[in-house]
Design a protein around this ligand. Structure first.
Ligand SMILES: [Mn+2]
Length: 331
């Protein structure tokens, strides 16, 4: 398949979450080299799946690498829920306060990012302005990209108002209110679908949070049980995997069929060796910031994805260690 700009293909990269040094090393492994401050490949482009920020030790480096590539035309990017959260957390609500409440949970999620930008406040403001320019989804050269869930009807609805796929200030404000169309679009595309656990059950998740819901996927053709759609590292409590989905639960799920174009997502904290959940869906989030893997998929036009095309680096415990030479350009 001939691609835009005469390139051979795209290298899609999952959630970086501040593992900036590992991102640089992964780009080198993929054959990108730093020239004039930008990682470039003579025949390929990168697509970032969102969630550059939060949690990791080198958030500014991760953002700067990606942003410079995007602005130089060497990469594309879609918005992750963490970039969205940052925009809402820092965005003033015209009715007072912030668009995302400063609760202890929300404070904790963004804490590392705000700390690492605390001596670079102008850069943080400029970074937020750049986040506003990032589209919620991408479709080009026969592939589709979204952070969490490709829901065609919501994407079509969003495209009617925002043909370039980007939010504007009015959409951002509306999306902060539960129950609005904008909330439904942003929430489904960047956070995916989830179902509430019955009977006030809670999951005590490996990341330290308690959850009353579980994350679900969207490629089961005819799901009947919770186990048919659960997609997260934490097991469901008890024998809930066997519990039947109600009609209203089924109706709330999205569906992406096997004849749709190849789709790349991040978001889901997968673990272990990268694998394909469906022949036309690849999730590239393998918990890099929890010392898992930073994962890329090297796509060259194939309609059926191939697990041999994953490329990854294990994130070493010494991601916290001294800066590497290639970081020095970026300060
Ligand atoms: Mn993420």
């Amino acid at each position: 398949m001939a691609m835009s700009d005469g390139i051979e293909g795209y290298d899609l990269i999952g959630d970086v979450h501040g593992c900036g040094a590992t991102l640089a090393a992964l780009l080198e492994k993929l054959g990108y080299h730093l020239r004039q401050g930008v990682y470039r490949h003579p025949r390929r482009r990168v697509i970032f799946l969102g969630d550059l920020i939060d949690r990791g030790p080198r958030i500014r480096l991760a953002v700067n690498i990606a942003r410079r590539m995007v602005e130089a035309g060497e990469a594309h990017i879609v918005l992750g829920n963490h970039e969205y959260n940052a925009l809402a957390y820092c965005g003033r609500d015209p009715e007072g306060g912030f668009l995302r409440a400063h609760t202890p949970r929300h404070n904790r999620i963004i804490k590392d990012t705000l700390e690492q930008y605390s001596d670079h406040l102008n850069e943080w403001d400029d970074t937020l302005a750049w986040f506003m320019q990032i589209p919620l989804f991408l479709e080009r050269d026969g592939l589709r990209v979204v952070h969490a869930c490709w829901d065609q009807s919501l994407i079509d609805a969003f495209r009617l108002e925002r043909p370039d796929g980007r939010m504007d200030e009015a959409f951002l404000r509306e999306s902060a209110k539960h129950g609005t169309k904008a909330f439904a679009i942003m929430d489904r595309l960047t956070r995916g679908s989830h179902l509430m656990l019955p009977d006030n059950l809670e999951i005590h998740s490996g990341d330290g949070f308690r959850r009353r819901s579980f994350r679900t996927h969207f490629w089961a053709r005819d799901p009947h049980t919770y186990g048919d759609v659960v997609f997260q590292p934490d097991n469901l409590p008890g024998d809930l995997e066997l519990r039947a989905l109600s009609d209203s639960e089924r109706a709330r799920l999205s569906y992406y069929g096997p004849d749709e174009p190849p789709l790349f997502i991040g978001h889901y904290w997968c673990e272990g060796i990268p694998a394909l959940p469906a022949p036309n869906v690849a999730c590239l989030d393998y918990s890099a910031v929890k010392f898992g893997r930073l994962v890329a998929y090297r796509w060259s036009g194939e309609a059926q994805l191939n697990a041999n095309h994953f490329v990854w680096l294990k994130v070493p415990r010494d991601e916290q260690a001294m800066p590497r030479p290639w970081e020095i350009d970026f300060d």
